[in-house]
Design a protein around this ligand. Structure first.
Ligand code: FAD
Ligand code: UDP
Length: 373
């Protein structure tokens, strides 16, 4: 079969690779001039540093199948994401762990003491937290919430944490030991030569052709038996019901000699610092050595129509609109919506890859059983 993939990010590359290996003719287009989607990395011309062009990406998963899959296409170097945050004139370790708690309160508590102490701070009247703020007040209490989460979240999402779902904060653990690993997954690492090299390896198959700098137009579908669409869901329907809301990011790039901040990610919890974080990209490749350094100050704001859609907002209004677009998507024949934009969800790379593998399997099963998709 002739298959068109819109988007050469993780979704398109993985599903495309699977279906090419199954003998299909796969054509992948992307409007950008590179593959890799938002995971794209490239070397900075001046310093040689590998830069995460659309923001920092750390690969982490509990899914052994996904871990084995990505390791087919790249060597993964050991990497642990250890994030710091600057708040109220001091630097702390994230996610909130025993070091953070002891340093913040000037104490020397052991795990059980810290657990009991935070429980005293917490608002235990909140039994089933629904909002981001309730989740924070219930699990870390008002002081840590104000220092690390309230201002950052207002900057990141452009609204009050009382208007955001608890699920956003549930991504972050609270630990009563000195483990400062941001993620708690079994597997974590960085592709040695960056994510774009990883995706290029996935796309290196005789059944796959890639065409960059090419926007999808509806007429293109006629020449194919099926379309896999990893672009924005509302964009596929020409925004006819309205636009789904996104946050976009602006990156202010600067270069320094030596080491600017001593770590890869420094968050800024204070509301009056306009950016959310500074990333120093050479620290994402600690096995490399570079004299110069490339840093990004990261600012978040509501996406305008021409901006890159980064984070789906999924507030109440968006959820209603999303349901209407999902209904349209379910009626559409000959197209499967995949990925972060195609399904309008906040997906990490490992989930994106798992879903792309599953979509390819489902497509192959439908072919075998003679079902339309
Ligand atoms: P994308 O990467 O967005 O790819 C979609 C592609 O489709 C794009 O290249 C786009 O140009 C193209 N496209 C869209 N519309 C059209 C069109 N009409 N015609 C042609 N081409 C089109 N995940 C992690 O696991 N760890 C992390 O640390 C992490 N950090 C992140 C940090 C940021 C700032 C962001 C935004 C995301 C992060 N992610 C992280 C998530 C990760 O980026 C996604 O899981 C992954 O990129 C999703 O891949 P995708 O192929 O679905 O989408
Ligand atoms: N968050 C925060 N302070 C921080 C880091 C995160 O308030 O220092 C909040 C913020 O709302 C963010 C959410 O926790 O959207 C989830 O954090 P994560 O690091 O998973 O977000 P990502 O950068 O991956 O989107």
């Amino acid at each position: 079969m002739k298959l068109l993939f819109v988007g050469a990010g993780m979704s398109g590359a993985v599903a495309g690779r699977q279906l090419a290996e199954a003998g299909h003719e796969v054509h992948i287009i992307d409007r950008r001039d590179h593959v890799g989607g938002n995971c794209h990395t490239e070397r900075d011309g001046d310093t040689g540093v590998m830069v995460h062009v659309y923001g920092p990406h750390i690969f982490h998963t509990d899914d052994e199948g996904v871990w084995d899959y990505v390791n087919r296409f790249a060597t993964f170097m050991p990497y642990k994401n250890r994030v710091k945050t600057t708040s109220q004139g001091a630097v702390y370790s994230l996610p909130v762990n025993l070091h953070t708690i002891n340093q913040f309160y000037g104490k020397t508590m052991r795990p059980a003491e810290a657990r009991a102490f935070l429980e005293e701070q917490a608002d235990t009247s909140i039994t089933d937290p629904q909002t981001f703020e309730d989740q924070a007040l219930r699990f870390v209490g008002p002081d840590l919430y104000a220092a690390f989460f309230k201002g950052y979240t207002e900057k990141q999402w452009g609204c009050s944490p009382t208007d955001l779902p608890a699920s956003i904060l549930k991504r972050l653990p609270v630990r009563f030991n000195y483990d400062d690993n941001y993620f708690f997954h079994r597997f974590q690492g960085m592709p040695e030569h960056g994510y774009t090299a990883l995706v290029e390896q996935m796309l290196d198959h005789p059944g796959i052709t890639v065409q960059l700098g090419t926007d999808y137009t509806p007429g293109m579908a006629d020449a194919y038996d099926h379309v896999f669409y990893a672009g924005p869901l509302d964009g596929y329907f020409d925004y006819k019901l309205g636009r789904l809301g996104y946050r976009t990011l602006d990156f202010e790039k600067f270069t320094e000699d030596g080491d600017y901040q001593g770590c890869a990610v420094m968050n800024y919890g204070d509301r009056d610092v306009p950016y959310t974080r500074i990333t120093e990209h050479k620290h994402f490749s600690p096995w490399e050595s570079h004299e110069g350094s490339v840093c990004y100050r990261e600012f978040s704001r509501a996406a305008e129509p021409d901006d890159i859609p980064y984070y789906p907002i999924r507030m109440v209004d968006e959820k209603a609109l999303l349901a209407d677009y999902v209904a349209l998507a379910e009626q559409a024949q000959g197209v499967t919506f995949v990925g972060r934009l195609g399904t309008y969800r906040y997906l990490d790379m490992d989930v994106t890859i798992r879903e792309a593998l599953d979509v390819a399997d489902a497509f192959l099963a439908a072919q075998t059983e003679g079902r339309a998709m």
